[in-house]
Design a protein around this ligand. Structure first.
Ligand code: TRP
Length: 412
């Protein structure tokens, strides 16, 4: 198998509900394929609970309860915790510290102009009162990605503009403080319909909030009922009427899920989807027959997922163990990157403002103050024990050298 070195995959979901078929074809399937191809060095999947709170501040229980649900969905759909580090975002507090640094590199208007954020603000009715945390979630998402030095991000189409923010932040950071981050690439499913699976109503994309979804955890009866209610062609009244494929949700789902083998198994009178579509267009093929065919395909997909889910639900402690172990591993990686970020910023400060540092040092430390432009040298010289200092703005008062000396109670 081909092994491409140094690929780090990271992706995630907000735990606001169970995962549905839109998640499955839009991202989960690609994630499982990537996992099984072994073309990566590290692979993380994040349950983005803190991000979920950005539009669920009053729904904490929903977010909390869905963490385990989403974890069960992942594993039952085929994510293997031995290959993939699954973790909860809030268990890696370094992400929020990194977010604070990144927030200085993006403007409010840039975020407000982002097409995904714009849509989401409208959908949530946030036009009048926009939580800062919500507007900031793409910045926090950049931290989610860059904290792990991830370069491959499998996502659905709507997340692509959000990934753009990550790219911009990485470039801006590299330009300002020196090369720390590499290029990030969003990975979309190849099949167009999969990148944005429509909901059962045929109006919006499949989503929990639109109430038009088939969930991975739906039982057989529910799935059948939902498929039977799916929007088709309203003018296809009699079986003999010619039918329209465009906008017909059942055919959209067949485009996303159907393979030639399914015909052999469930509908042998046709060879493939093209033949089925041609018959529908000509007239003489009823919706029920097509829907039952789709139902068979979806059930074939969901039956093993349901069985695995049942097994995990009887052993929830094991799932929590997986998440906590994943959290520890993820945290160790993020800590390393945070250190690099701080070092890059600190060095840049010393390079940019030595004269100002001198002035500030004299102000605080008196005429005899000595200025170091290399903090390592300063630490060695003075024996001061400090962690890298938090630096927010290129402001004399925050000059790392003076602050370091001040915090340690010494004048240098
Ligand atoms: N915004 C993503 C969603 O709504 C979830 C997410 C959070 C994410 N952090 C991420 C996706 C990092 C990819 C990479 O589904």
């Amino acid at each position: 198998m081909e092994r491409i070195m140094n690929n780090i995959i990271l992706t995630g979901d907000r735990p606001t509900g169970n995962l549905h078929l839109g998640h499955y074809v839009g991202s989960l399937k690609t994630r499982i394929e990537l996992q099984n191809k072994n073309g990566y060095d590290e692979y993380y999947i994040m349950i983005a609970d803190t991000q979920a709170l950005t539009d669920n501040a009053n729904n904490v229980d929903k977010v909390k309860n869905n963490i385990i649900q989403v974890a069960i969905d992942y594993i039952s759909a085929g994510i293997d915790p031995n290959k993939v580090t699954i973790f909860i975002q809030s268990q890696v507090p370094e992400l929020f510290e990194i977010t604070a640094y990144f927030m200085n590199l993006v403007s409010v208007s840039r975020l407000q102009r982002n097409p995904t954020i714009k849509d989401e603000i409208k959908q949530r009715g946030f036009e009048k009162s926009l939580p800062i945390g919500f507007l900031n979630y793409p910045v926090s998402q950049a931290a989610d990605i860059l904290a792990f030095n991830a370069n491959i991000i499998p996502v659905g189409e709507d997340q692509m503009p959000v990934i753009e923010v990550t790219k911009e932040i990485a470039h801006s950071f590299n330009n300002t403080y020196g090369q720390v981050f590499r290029e990030v690439k969003g990975l979309l499913p190849e099949n167009k319909i999969c990148a944005r699976l429509p909901g059962l109503d045929g109006k919006l994309k499949m989503s929990k909030s639109a109430g038009n979804a088939i969930y991975l955890c739906d039982d057989e009866k529910t799935v059948r009922e939902k498929i039977m209610s799916a929007y088709t062609d309203p003018n296809h009244i009699k079986v003999s009427d010619p039918g329209q494929i465009e906008g017909n949700i059942v055919f959209a789902y067949l485009d996303a899920f159907c393979k030639d083998e399914h015909f052999e198994k469930y509908l042998p009178e046709y060879k493939n989807l093209d033949e089925l579509k041609a018959h529908y267009k000509r007239g003489g093929l009823g919706d029920v027959k097509v829907k039952l065919f789709l139902n068979n395909i979806i059930n074939e997909l969901l039956t093993p997922i349901r069985a695995k889910r049942k097994e995990l639900e009887e052993n929830v402690d094991k799932v929590y163990d997986i998440l906590f172990e994943g959290g520890k591993k993820a945290r160790a990686s993020a800590q390393k990157m945070l250190k690099k970020i701080k070092e890059a910023e600190l060095v840049a400060f010393c390079d940019i403002i030595p004269e100002r540092a001198e002035k500030a040092a004299k102000e605080y430390g008196g005429e005899g103050a000595k200025v170091y432009t290399d903090y390592k040298e300063m630490l060695a010289d003075t024996g001061i024990q400090i962690d890298v200092v938090h630096v927010c703005t290129p402001n004399v008062a925050h000059c790392p050298i003076t602050v370091a000396a001040f915090e340690a109670g010494k004048h240098v």
